[in-house]
Write a protein that binds this ligand. Structure first.
Ligand SMILES: *Cc1c(COP(=O)(O)O)cnc(C)c1O
Length: 383
């Protein structure tokens, strides 16, 4: 609902709160911690704790809940990606840990399929590693990977996004793991949003990858939190890069600016426990119902095509695709996106890169806001 308190904390500052119909996006604040997470974070205030010990104890609990050998908490999935590259390049060598991002004398090349380049792969370079593409725009073969692995190769990176249709032209993760491990090279996976179905949560490590990340922004934890899941060896090496080592071990790794609160760490633990205990059928039903509520006012409006997004994989189930026909409505999809932004209150939606329709998600919507969004679109089209 939009009450007088809605967004008041922002309006007091002179900033404009928005209705988020885009979903879990960092530019709008990513996520809202759920009550269980807030309660855990509040409880963390009652005492201080050596963070190295907290990381280890909390990591064990989460690794067990997820079903992977080991886990570590990071300031976002992006930080997990950066820390793992540092961990793979420097290993257990404190001199090398302090030398990064200068990679002289270390294996520093991370291979990525040309067809799998994506927005966050920049996080793999921050500790000094170089990204080397293999395969072509048309696809990747086993031989491409075999040929690409050289003396400087430290890892092969793979981007998992199972909510999208599978790309038949890429080299599969199974083959990637088989070839990379045969050559003594690590495999890392960006699985930031792969938290549902539950068997997908941690699946890539169970398949044999040395590391995968999870973005805890997608599961009701603070937006600024994430996780590394992996082998015990890899998670130990990541822990050596952590901001905790900066003070406790007096080793100055690249992880220091990627600090976490003790409240955030227990918050992620609470979010994982909740995720593995809630009724996901109810969660999906709510998302589907809210998506229908957005679509309802648009049914039968001339020149408007409304389609339900049927996806339930990953972090953002259901949602609605909306497209307007300019020859009927006199408006383009971009006009609608712009018009919604000018709406009072402002409503944020987007046309994803390369898409030709507006994508709406209910992830960031409260009950009652769905109708506001649907009606605002209808008013823009018919007004
Ligand atoms: C959100 C996201 C990231 C970055 O995660 P943060 O927790 O925001 O640092 C990385 N990869 C993918 C696929 C993501 O969706």
């Amino acid at each position: 609902m939009v009450t007088s308190e809605w967004g008041a904390i922002y309006r007091e500052l002179g900033a404009r709160p928005v209705i988020n119909a885009t979903g879990s996006v960092t530019l709008l604040g990513g996520s809202t911690p759920v009550q269980e997470v807030k309660d855990a974070m509040d409880a963390a205030d009652s005492a201080f704790i050596p963070l190295i010990e907290l990381q280890e104890a909390a990591g064990k609990v989460v690794a067990e809940a997820v079903g992977v050998p080991a886990a570590y908490f990071t300031s976002g999935a992006g930080s997990a990606l950066t820390l793992v590259t540092a961990a793979m390049m420097a290993g257990d060598d404190d001199d090398k840990i302090e030398q990064l991002p200068d990679t002289t004398g270390m294996k520093d090349e991370i291979l990525i399929q040309k067809r799998q380049r994506y927005w966050y792969d920049r996080c793999l370079q921050l500790a000094g590693a170089k990204l080397i593409e293999f395969g072509s725009d048309d696809g990747t073969t086993e031989q491409d990977l075999i040929d690409a692995i050289g003396p400087q190769t430290v890892a092969v990176h793979y981007y998992a996004h199972e909510q999208d249709p599978a790309d038949p032209h890429i080299l599969s993760l199974e083959k990637t793991i088989e070839i990379a491990h045969e050559k003594g090279v690590y495999v890392t996976v960006d699985a930031a949003g792969q938290i549902f179905p539950l068997e997908n949560f941690g699946k890539y490590v169970r398949m044999g990858a040395d590391f995968q990340c999870i973005a805890a922004k997608y599961m009701g934890a603070p937006h600024s939190t994430g996780m590394a899941l992996g082998t015990e060896e890899m998670i130990h090496k990541i822990s050596l890069q952590s901001f905790t080592g900066y003070e406790t071990r007096r080793i100055r790794g690249i992880g220091r600016p990627q600090k976490m609160d003790r409240q955030e760490i227990v918050g992620v633990v609470a979010a994982v426990k909740r995720w593995f205990s809630i009724n996901h059928e109810d969660r999906l039903e709510d998302a589907e119902r809210m998506s229908r509520e957005i679509a309802a006012p648009l049914k039968g409006v001339p020149g408007v095509t409304v389609e339900m997004n049927q996806n339930t994989i990953g972090h953002q189930p259901f949602g609605v695709f909306v497209s307007v026909d300019p020859s009927v409505t006199g408006k383009t999809n971009q006009d609608i996106v712009d018009g919604l932004r000018e709406h009072e209150p402002s409503i944020w939606t987007r046309i994803p890169d390369g898409a030709d329709r507006i994508t709406l998600h209910v992830f960031g919507l409260d009950e009652g806001q769905t109708e506001i969004v649907g009606n605002a679109i209808k008013d823009l089209v018919t007004g």
